[in-house]
Ligand binder design. Structure first.
Ligand SMILES: [Zn+2]
Length: 268
């Protein structure tokens, strides 16, 4: 197992086909107090123009991850009690993740939204009230998208805007309609599915969840993993899961939006 160094923002070497899918991002490394931490091995910027939808559970394509590369994503927060534990586990290992927030919860806990961003994580959007989007009228679905984004932006930056500073979106229950997917693509918003998940919405102990997700990531070898930071069992097993990744040679990839100035210039 290769020992991870920190900081270790490696530039990405991708084949031409992969380069067409994602641009390479680079950021300044944060300080990591622990030399033997898992760390974040590289950063990938994701652009809706080239990758409008990712995640093999829902779509034919996903991010061009190398073997043993993992993207950590957390849905349904913020929920202070459990989200704070997840954040502590990530900080302990100097790992960056992506949180898809429920707008209603963001409005209730803006301090937690700011903390997630302050600690270097990416904030994506997960509707206003977490409905089954394929089962509600089109105007209600549009409201769920716009009001959810506006609520997250208000918590983050004090501005109520339906133009997301990070144009990443995930549908609750992975339920969408073709029209909704088209709408998000037209707005330059990347729709995230997942490549694998911990099934942490099911009733199980943290130990059972740990066993399940470590078996799944070992079998898959890489991928975008879906967790729920609102789930106590996930918060409880996260330190052990990150330790497992470190001890088994996995690398963390952090996803960020494509260059903002470029996006604004092209958003018409
Ligand atoms: Zn959800």
């Amino acid at each position: 197992m290769a020992k991870m160094q920190w900081p270790k923002w490696t530039s990405i070497t991708l084949g031409l086909a992969l380069a067409a899918l994602t641009a390479v991002g680079s950021v300044k490394a944060a300080d990591c107090p622990r030399e033997d931490a898992l760390g974040t091995s590289r950063i990938v910027s994701v652009d809706a123009k080239t990758t409008p939808r990712v995640g093999l559970k829902s779509f034919p394509q996903t991010l061009p991850l190398a073997d043993h590369e993992v993207v950590l994503t957390f849905d349904d927060g913020p929920r202070p009690k459990t989200t704070s534990k997840v954040l502590e586990a990530l900080a302990q290992e100097c790992v960056r993740a992506t949180f898809f927030l429920v707008g209603r919860s963001a409005a209730e806990h803006p301090e937690m939204v700011k903390r997630i961003a302050r600690e270097g994580h990416t904030i994506g959007h997960h509707t206003w009230s977490h409905p089954h989007m394929a089962r509600i009228p089109a105007d209600a679905a549009r409201y769920e998208i716009d009001h959810g984004i506006a609520s997250d932006e208000m918590a983050l930056h004090g501005v109520s805007t339906s133009t997301p500073s990070t144009p990443f979106f995930r549908f609750p229950y992975f339920e969408s309609t073709p029209a909704q997917l088209d709408l998000l693509q037209a707005r330059g918003i990347v729709v995230f599915g997942a490549d694998l998940w911990a099934s942490d919405w099911n009733d199980m102990t943290p130990e059972q969840e740990l066993k399940l997700i470590t078996e799944r990531i070992t079998a898959a070898g890489k991928g975008i993993i879906l967790f729920h930071d609102a789930q106590a069992r996930t918060a409880a097993m996260m330190p052990a899961f990150l330790r497992y990744l470190r001890e088994n040679g996995f690398h963390i990839v952090h996803i960020v939006p494509a260059d903002t100035s470029q996006r604004n210039a092209e958003a018409r």
